[in-house]
Design a protein around this ligand. Structure first.
Ligand code: COA
Length: 299
């Protein structure tokens, strides 16, 4: 039976995520990086499906899901959050079929920027994306350290964090910070994060001025954005100082290679580079010295 790429349904998101996790781990283990992904409730996928059903697709082979593609759009930015094919079905053209569906989503919405984050060590995905007009821009490193080690290296933070909740959030202010860092507003994604009980949000302050925001969940820092690139190092240091007070034994973040001060803070505090990822896009956008993504799907 021919494989059909069709819109995903809400009750399929968990199964699709199982395939994504299996596909990531098969790939990262094969390349010597160990398992990278673990199964979690597909809450952000469900949020995206409700927000924009045209962005999520499954490859269906006679009732069996063998691939999954998911993109979201904010203003003129289309972002490919996931494109995965079951390990035993790769190199059979399914990735190409799914990418056509998800690119149609970008065309339909007139999104002029297309971007994604893929594994820096996956030549197949990069070849596929380059052929579709998305080119490598810079690496993004997953960095991590034990909480105990970090705690022994951190000085008093120069910037202050204040708790951010859905009730107190100034969404206009968050949108302004995102526009200065990324060129687009991500208001709907702030609403998603602030509704997620496992994630804590904060605004970042220099004296009385709000200079950025950060989210922290399970010891993982991101997204983090600041109004100006010269603030990013101090902002990451403040987030690390907060994160080490948690019970989580490992503290991690995603740091763009384009953000020298943030990388310097991470390495000066003994954080190790665990997974090298890569930002690919059809053109330059945003100021990535000022932004740390949450993960390759949320950006
Ligand atoms: C990346 C992935 C989605 C591609 O799906 P797929 O079904 O295997 O891909 P297809 O068979 O449709 O196409 C693969 C393309 O890559 C090309 N390719 C393979 N190796 C390549 C290389 N070393 N350099 C350049 N292109 C290469 C193939 O020629 C093919 O292109 P063509 O059909 O135009 O000839 C799939 O391999 C996968 O899930 N990988 C693991 C997880 C992952 O990295 N996902 C992407 C995360 S963003």
């Amino acid at each position: 039976m021919a494989i059909v790429c069709r819109p995903a349904r809400m009750d399929e998101l968990q199964r699709a995520d199982d395939i994504v996790v299996a596909s990531i781990n098969e790939f990262t283990e094969k390349r010597g990086f160990g398992k990278m992904a673990s199964s979690r409730p597909p809450n952000f996928q469900a949020f995206s499906l409700t927000d924009d059903p045209d962005g999520l697709w499954v490859a269906d082979d006679g009732g069996e899901i063998v691939g999954f593609a998911w993109s979201w759009i904010c203003d003129e930015l289309w972002f490919l959050a996931q494109l995965f094919v079951a390990p035993d079905r790769q190199s059979g053209g399914i990735g190409n079929q799914l990418i056509s569906k998800t690119f149609a989503h970008a065309e339909m919405r007139g999104a002029s920027i297309k971007a994604l984050i893929t594994f820096a060590f996956n030549n197949v995905s990069q070849g596929l994306y380059i052929r579709h007009g998305l080119f490598p821009r810079f690496p993004i490193y997953m960095v991590s350290a034990t909480r105990d080690h970090l705690a022994s290296t951190l000085a008093e933070p120069q910037l202050r964090l204040e708790s951010l909740t859905a009730k107190t959030a100034g969404f206009d202010q968050l949108a302004l910070i995102d526009r200065s860092a990324l060129g687009v507003s991500r208001e709907k994604h702030h609403r998603y994060l602030l509704g997620d009980s496992t994630t804590s949000g904060f605004t970042i302050h220099a004296a009385s001025e709000c200079v950025g925001y950060v989210y922290i969940s399970d010891g993982h820092i991101g997204p983090l954005a600041v109004r100006r690139p010269d603030l990013v190092g101090a902002a990451l240091a403040a987030a690390l100082s907060f994160a080490v007070q948690s019970d989580f034994p490992t503290i991690s973040a995603f740091v763009p290679g384009a953000s020298e001060p943030a990388l310097r803070v991470a390495t000066d505090h003994g954080m190790h580079l665990t997974f090298p990822m890569l930002l690919m896009s059809n053109r330059q956008f945003g100021n990535w010295a000022s932004y740390l993504p949450r993960n390759p799907g949320f950006m």
